[in-house]
Unconditional design. Structure first.
Length: 60
């Protein structure tokens, strides 16, 4: 019997797991288009900043 684990994406702003069904968003960095940025529902609501790990772009 093998067990499979599911790795959830992490919010780029708060580093918490983004749960399935959560009103989160994902998009590629608007500057370099290389990094997939995840934003959880709370960080979107409170406009918390995120930072691209590739180019350093910061957004609301």
């Amino acid at each position: 019997m093998s067990q499979k684990t599911i790795s959830l994406p992490l919010c780029t702003s708060c580093n918490r797991p983004v749960m399935p069904g959560e009103r989160a968003s994902k998009f590629y960095c608007p500057n370099c288009h290389q990094v997939l940025i995840w934003r959880c529902q709370k960080c979107r609501k409170f406009s918390r900043k995120y930072k691209c790990l590739n180019c350093g772009f910061e957004g609301p």
